[in-house]
Design a binder for this molecule. Structure first.
Ligand SMILES: Nc1ncnc2c1ncn2[C@@H]1O[C@H](COP(=O)(O)OP(=O)(O)O)[C@@H](O)[C@H]1O
Ligand SMILES: [Mg+2]
Length: 382
């Protein structure tokens, strides 16, 4: 298990100046990591997700031993890798980790075989040639590169180079695999298939993995647990489903998916299950915890399917039903996106691609209680 305890990292303001001159926006008063704690269980695929500059790479590099935090502790399988208090800071090669970064640093003058073998032929982790040969063949087989074993590494396609980088990182069965946006140089289609493959490899080998990405779709698809970061702090931690269905604060609600967000108040009289919005009351499946009054209601378009109203403009909406008019629509291949005017609000909805709803139609939008969640309107960082 990897344990990260209260890690703080502040960069030297002098280097901040250099970054700013290079057009990189930084706040030199805010630490890159403002006290981050997390655990990665044995065999878990754990993802750090957050916008650019939130501290993901700094945290990963601190685990690798490439950055030196100001305080805190990092432990792997009971060994201390870093402790400011006890002045422990193991060098990267003594941490026995596998790493793949965005630029996967394939050695161009070597063959595929030599690239994978190299980490085991030099340095502290040197192993006998026969053992290395066996491990290399197995690693290349697991990433589907057996045929290319004696090819020059530069003859590989982008996707193949990526596989090679994975094989090299995994070959020595590292105690922990660190991956920093390893798929971001691939085109979109290849990225989607590589992420499934990466997940398969990781779970087959049972590799404990800490993965960095700013791509939420990637994080949702691949992770056992996601830690969402912003401004050097953790915003929420949970399974992909948890984070998607129950954002804990406005930052996470805004960051994940593209939900409709409505200001609302909790109606105390209703057992705290009713939220009052400008477009009427809506009832949640579960009661809102005491103490919350002003909230933002999170309504995901994919839970809202508009239906044409047979009776035109007559009648009034039932419980958890919105009446409105479709004011815009786009065909998106996988679905149809609708903008529905409900009172003064514009609500985004989705429907199956065969929906017969058209712009201008009067529609009813059922709002399932389980699809509703609320976050504190005042709880936004920074
Ligand atoms: N070498 C550095 N010197 C000074 N500031 C840095 C350096 N590296 C990163 N930072 C700053 O630290 C913060 C976190 O950066 P980083 O960990 O790279 O974020 P992410 O990987 O989430 O995009 C940012 O504000 C960034 O500008
Ligand atoms: Mg980064």
């Amino acid at each position: 298990m990897l344990k990260i305890n209260d890690v703080v990292k502040k960069y030297d303001p002098a280097s901040s100046g250099r970054l700013r001159r290079r057009g990189i926006d930084i706040d030199k008063h805010r630490p890159a990591l403002g006290g981050v704690s997390l655990r990665v269980e044995e065999g878990q695929f754990h993802t750090l997700l957050g916008p650019s500059g939130c501290g993901k790479t700094t945290l990963l590099r601190s685990v690798a031993g490439l950055e030196h935090p100001d305080s805190g502790e990092i432990e792997l399988g009971g060994d201390t890798l870093f402790s400011a208090e006890r002045s422990v800071d193991l060098s990267p090669d003594r941490r026995k980790l596998g790493m793949v970064f965005q630029s996967y640093a394939i050695w161009p003058h070597m063959s595929v075989r030599q690239n994978v073998a190299f980490p085991m032929r030099v340095g502290r982790d040197k192993r006998p040639k026969a053992e290395v040969d066996k491990l290399v063949v197995a690693a290349l087989e697991s990433v589907g590169l057996s045929e290319a074993i004696d090819r020059s590494a530069t003859k590989l396609s982008g996707g193949q180079q990526q596989r090679l980088a994975f094989a090299r990182a995994m070959v020595g069965r590292p105690r922990l695999l660190l991956l920093d946006e390893p798929l971001s140089n691939l085109d979109a289609q290849l990225r989607a298939s590589m992420r499934l493959e990466l997940k398969r490899l990781q779970s087959e080998l049972g590799l404990t993995t800490l993965y960095v990405t700013h791509d939420q779709a990637e994080a949702l698809a691949i992770s056992d647990v996601i830690t969402i970061m912003s401004g050097g702090r953790i915003m929420q931690q949970g399974t992909p489903r948890d984070i998607y269905d129950n954002p804990e604060n406005l930052f996470v609600a805004r960051f994940i998916g593209s939900p409709n967000l409505l200001s609302a108040k909790i109606d105390d009289g209703s057992g705290r299950r009713t939220v009052l919005t400008d477009i009427g009351p809506l009832v949640l499946d579960e009661a809102v915890p005491a103490g919350l009054t002003d909230v933002v209601l999170v309504l995901r378009p994919e839970d809202l399917e508009p239906r044409r109203r047979a009776d035109g403009t007559h009648g009034s909406p039932g419980a958890n039903e919105l009446f409105g008019t479709v004011v815009a629509q786009s065909f998106e291949g996988e679905c149809i996106r609708h903008i529905v005017a409900v009172g003064d609000e514009r609500i985004e909805c989705r429907s199956a691609r065969h929906s017969d709803v058209r712009p201008g139609d009067e529609v009813s939008v059922p709002v399932p209680g389980r699809a509703l969640s609320v976050v504190d309107a005042h709880d936004e960082p920074h």
